[in-house]
Design a protein around this ligand. Structure first.
Ligand SMILES: Nc1ncnc2c1ncn2[C@@H]1O[C@H](COP(=O)(O)OP(=O)(O)O)[C@@H](O)[C@H]1O
Ligand SMILES: [Mg+2]
Length: 403
């Protein structure tokens, strides 16, 4: 079980003159619109709970106004929750005094903003140094750290430029380098790529995944774009009207969206780019080993109503496939299983995306074998499933709510 880095525990944030007084009314089931109408208070976030694991990219997704920014600003107490607790490494940060909070913000958590938030009158390097400067790190040391982080985001050589000499994508790289310079455990990113052109945006997404691969931070990433959410998120929380309506991996959300709001969100997504072989494979009921021989192979196929069966060795490593026709033919001609075995099986790894499997399915005669890293046969994928797009439409009509 992974370490829980941040635990958001029944957090609410109400805006208005007497925020706490409104909580019972929200609790009684009144809608955000009713609360506003009757009390003049805005429900920013209501009763949000989530646990964020160390080292994961946790995405918070929702339409504009659903409370994403309000919630993420609670993580570093830029917003003080009206109700609830926030634990980071087991400590309730809401109870921090001002010097503890200052330390927390300087060392443990950093934020990247949608509109970059760079200082125009400072050079790129000076922007990245900023957080270290307020921690009184020596000039030499902070320049060194700033240079290192500039390199991490791929902007070496731009040290002395000013923000307005850079493109949006480059400015956001500086924003990221500035956040990384403090070496925080937790990175908060509030729609960091939303202001960028689609092409640059995709580049930045890949870059972020790449950086995360190396740095293994705990990243809380906000977006209103479902494709971005599912590309980046290890897990995704979906928000609507200040409430968290579902939390899950991209696969589980795709497979069983908790309600129509989420179904609507995901209907435009290209599933073949999200689902991996292991999400669509079938676990084999029948397997035979070489020493079992042809008769056993035929019996297995008959009993399971299948026309071919995979052959494995003792450690379940794939040896090939035998079809019912070849097996019957083999018996007649007194051949062994090994003789009639076809080794012309297309294998894919568990991690391959369905999108990348399609061309392989087109060329393969047999079901595709899905193997894990060590060559162990984990499952198989029927060509017809991939080619007909069946795997892409298998959406379950669950109406269950999460959280
Ligand atoms: N400082 C504030 N004062 C009053 N209402 C606010 C404030 N900040 C956000 N809100 C309201 O809270 C709700 C959630 O806003 P926000 O968190 O910015 O949504 P998102 O980031 O998902 O677009 C909105 O109705 C918004 O108008
Ligand atoms: Mg926002």
């Amino acid at each position: 079980m992974a370490n829980i880095k941040v635990k958001i525990d029944h957090v609410s944030k109400i805006f208005g003159s007497k925020p706490k007084s409104v909580i019972p009314q929200v609790k009684s089931g009144k809608s955000k619109a009713e609360i506003l109408e009757e009390t003049g208070h805005t429900v920013g976030v209501y009763d949000a709970s989530m646990e964020i694991e160390e080292g994961e990219i946790f995405v918070i997704m929702g339409l504009s106004g659903s409370g994403k920014s309000t919630l993420i600003r609670c993580f570093n107490l830029l917003n003080k929750p009206t109700d609830g607790s926030i634990y980071v490494d087991g400590e309730n940060i809401i109870e921090y005094n001002s010097s503890q909070l200052k330390k927390f913000r300087q060392n443990k958590i950093a934020m990247v903003f949608q509109h970059f938030g760079l200082f125009d009158h400072r050079t790129v390097l000076e922007n990245i140094e900023y957080g270290l400067e307020i921690k009184n790190v020596s000039k030499e040391k902070r320049q060194q750290i700033a240079r290192e982080n500039l390199e991490v985001v791929g902007l070496k050589g731009y040290e002395d430029k000013y923000p307005d000499e850079l493109s949006g994508g480059m400015q956001q790289r500086v924003g990221l380098a500035r956040a990384l310079a403090n070496d925080p455990d937790i990175l908060l990113m509030d729609e960091p790529f939303s202001a960028l052109d689609p092409l640059i945006r995709r580049e930045m997404q890949l870059e972020l995944l790449d950086i995360q691969e190396r740095l293994k931070k705990t990243i809380i990433f906000i977006t209103h774009d479902v494709n971005e959410a599912f590309k980046l998120g290890d897990r995704v929380a979906v928000m609507k009207d200040g409430k968290v309506v579902q939390i899950g991996t991209p696969e589980t959300i795709l497979e069983s969206p908790a309600n129509d709001y989420i179904s609507d969100f995901i209907k435009d997504i290209d599933r073949s780019k999200i689902l991996q072989a292991e999400n669509v494979m079938i676990k084999p009921n029948a397997l035979v080993s070489l020493k079992d021989g042809l008769k056993v192979a035929i019996k297995e196929m008959e009993e399971n109503g299948i026309s071919s069966v995979f052959v494995v060795d003792r450690s379940r490593s794939l040896q090939g496939i035998v079809t019912i026709d070849d097996a019957i033919e083999g018996i007649k001609e007194k051949k062994s299983l090994e003789d009639v075995l076809s080794t012309d099986v297309t294998t894919v790894t568990k991690e391959e995306y369905v999108n990348d499997i399609i061309p392989k399915a087109l060329e393969s005669k047999y079901p595709l074998a899905v193997t894990s890293g060590n060559g162990r046969l984990e499952g198989f994928i029927l060509r017809v499933h991939v080619l007909s797009g069946l795997v892409a439409e298998d959406v379950n009509e669950s109406t269950e709510y999460h959280g």
